[in-house]
Design a protein around this ligand. Structure first.
Ligand code: HEM
Length: 140
């Protein structure tokens, strides 16, 4: 049971930008992204799309998500404007790839023990953005 007025309780989430602080800052995003890429490594559909060395991919996604959810703007300082659709253009993303990516990310949120209030908002964002990034109607 959660106790009202507990001083360890984070301030409520009023916008997506509050999530970074709410979940505990960068260490939480590192946990999420580590859990996500561990799943990608074992995913027969997604693994071949990524480079053999996942170190940079992991770093870029962690910096991007931390920035998007209200953390420091390190992703843009390093990579420029996110332009996610353009950056995903080289990969064929149909419904199967989208669903696999989303399932891995939602499982990663659980593994990283993201608070349910933050998880609900992050889930909605990942559902929408992964649909938006689809660039193929092929559905095999
Ligand atoms: C829909 C299914 C998706 C697939 C199959 C996919 C796949 C990929 C692949 C293969 C890369 C390249 C990794 C590399 O070469 O290092 C990548 C990069 C990236 N993806 Fe996705 N992705 C998907 C959805 C998303 C979503 C929903 C987001 C954000 C919410 C996202 C954020 C990123 C970011 C930030 C990068 C790094 C961009 C950069 O700075 O180079 N992706 N993705």
């Amino acid at each position: 049971m959660r106790i009202a007025l507990n001083s360890s309780e984070p301030a409520p989430i009023e916008s997506l930008r509050d999530i970074y602080t709410f979940v505990g800052g960068m260490p939480a995003f590192e946990r999420i992204v580590d859990a996500f890429y561990r799943r990608v490594e074992a995913d027969v559909l997604l693994r071949p799309m990524y480079p053999s060395d996942l170190v940079e991919a992991r770093r870029h996604l962690a910096l991007f998500l931390a920035q998007y959810f209200g953390g420091p703007e390190e992703y843009s300082a390093e990579r420029g404007h996110p332009r996610l659709r353009l950056r995903h253009q080289p990969f064929k993303i149909g419904l199967a790839e989208r669903n696999a990516w989303l399932a891995n990310m939602l499982a990663a949120l659980d593994e990283a023990e993201v608070h349910p209030a933050a998880k609900a908002l992050m889930t909605a964002y990942f559902e929408d953005t992964s649909l938006f990034l689809m660039n193929s109607e092929e559905n095999k």
